[in-house]
Design a protein around this ligand. Sequence first.
Ligand code: CTP
Length: 445
Amino acid sequence: MNIVVGVTGGIAAYKTVTIVRLLTKAGHDVTVVPTDDALRFVGLPTWEAISRNAVTTSVHDDVARVRHVALGQNADLIIVAPATANTIAAMAAGLASDLLGTTLLATEAPVVIAPAMHAEMWRHPATQANIATLRSRGVHIVGPDDGELAGGDSGPGRMSEPEHIVEQALAVRAEPDLQGLRVAVSAGGTREPIDPVRYLGNRSSGKQGTALAVAAAERGADVVLVAANIDAATLHDATAHPKIRIVTSGTAAELGEAMGAAAADAHVVIMAAAVADYRPAEVSTRKITKEGGETPVITLVQNPDIVAGLAERRSEGTAPRGQTIVAFAAETPQTPEEMIERARRKRERKNVDLLVVNEVGWSKGFETTDNAAHIIGDAGAVVGTVDGTKREVADAVWNAVVRYRRGQQAGSHDQHPDAADTTATTRQPGGSGAPRQLRRHRWRG
Ligand code: CTP
């Protein structure tokens, strides 16, 4: 994609260097348009070196190629980070007083801004009215975050982290290749009660499962997210998304029931939740105390395997025909080969189409923002490997699902499943131009 990154005069400009680096690393052609003020924080040579493109602030440079409008006309996406209160006001008023102003007025591309300013300036009615104006024109606002600000203050006004801005900005351009699909995703970790105050649990934060749900919704799917013990901050983006319905669950039994209901009409089921394999055979109705003098012994019984049960329903023909089922596995292997081997066996044992395996450890996999995973396909081959943010892992999993379903549908034209289905278009994260027309495919019969 051709991406213009506008940089305005705030201390957060140093973080925009990372934004440009992430975008160029992902293969995008980035042109930086700093304001004169921005250059007081980060100099022109830095922007040129990091973007590998010429940088200018003046509308009078490159006049022969009408640079002041050409940049906006040719852009697939514009990101303004940091966006100061002054820039936000200028954008709301439609001012074209510098190259960034003319670029923004000359574009039809989506615009994403990442505000950064002092908390008082952010809260000021003038800024809030300008933000509302920009929102009503379709500008996407990322942040600001709550946190420490320049000068030692704290409050809302801190520019969001570069990774988050890039993720959100690229999502704006994501193609709706899951449009028409209903998906059920489980996330988080179950808690099996011992008594009214204690439980057996695990360290799953729900970040990966929530990222899968948000990615699916942004790619057009209607999502049921069955969330087990996930905090509100992690669920924030999912809660805000109109295409996601959240069902909360606590124990493995509750999660199993909720997933059973959600999977009943889902085209795709993803079990990302960490489900307790065992639960206490008996749950004490009163708190277990030390007063009895004896150390309690907790007897465990095995929980049913939810994903294997859903796969069985499919084999019996009581699930929608053509349903795709994806399981996850968190492993602590001694070698990468051992991990892949275990994952292969687990995929077969559970009779699922794809299995996403990742390594976990004391400081790996859980509660982190990043993840590294392999995706095992139905012939046991590794069909995808990804190392990045949990959103990047989520997109890689959806890409694998899309490829898998296209393969299945190409090979089964004689079938006539009960429900109309939708084949997905090829997703090209680096593609440009308007989202392409979806190719809808109705089964014969
Ligand atoms: N899973 C499930 N129901 C359970 C346990 C696990 O649906 N009772 C699902 C998980 O959501 C995940 C997959 O099965 O998608 C793999 O979970 P994992 O705990 O790695 O597998 P186990 O069957 O517990 O295998 P093992 O104990 O041998 O690692």
